[in-house]
Design a protein around this ligand. Structure first.
Ligand code: S3P
Length: 172
């Protein structure tokens, strides 16, 4: 089976919906950040702090190449995977890429009580930080043809939508 690759900004529900979709498709779920953390024995925040974002992006890139060579996986990517166009190109070779769009307000709502995202910093001015980052990246998310707006749905409906697109495109 083709991979199902979930892309989208922080707080777009990729991990939660990805886990549900994987269970329903009986496919293996992979969270890219979790794999990177496990392999380095450090959290994403620690990696950003000790080695910098560039180092993290290289690990992310290497993992995309590895995962794109396999099949039968539901993959939740990190929000910045779209920054390198080669990532989406590779994923598209062996998988169906779906963008989970989220607007800034909802991304803030869903991430405001979390502390594990280095790019969002501490609580101060987080909404502004999200608005800025999303404005910088929105053209990359919006260029993905398979796109659902998760700002207006709960995780169950999001999973249904993801599965509908995946099954239609995988010919299931
Ligand atoms: C990032 C998103 C994070 C994680 C890292 C960078 C980004 O993943 O990969 O903090 O650049 O948007 P989530 O989208 O799962 O929060």
């Amino acid at each position: 089976m083709k991979n199902l690759v979930l892309v989208g900004f922080m707080g777009s529900g990729k991990t939660e919906a990805g886990k549900l979709a994987a269970a329903r498709l009986k496919m293996t779920f992979v969270d890219m950040d979790e794999v990177i953390e496990r392999r380095h024995g450090q959290t994403i925040s620690m990696i950003f702090e000790a080695k910098g974002e560039t180092f993290f992006r290289l690990q992310e890139r290497a993992l995309v190449r590895e995962l794109a060579d396999r099949q039968d996986r539901v993959i939740a990517t990190g929000g910045g995977v779209v920054l390198n166009p080669n990532n989406l190109r590779d994923f598209s070779r062996t998988g169906i890429v779906i963008c989970c769009w989220v607007d800034a307000k909802m991304a803030h709502e869903r991430t405001k009580n979390t502390k594990h995202r280095p790019l969002l910093g501490d609580q101060t001015d987080r909404l502004m930080r999200i608005e800025t980052l999303l404005a910088e990246r929105q053209h990359l998310y919006k260029a993905i043809p398979n796109r659902i707006d998760t700002s207006v749905m709960g995780v169950e409906q999001q999973t249904d939508e993801i599965l509908r697109i995946y099954k239609q495109q995988a010919g299931l």
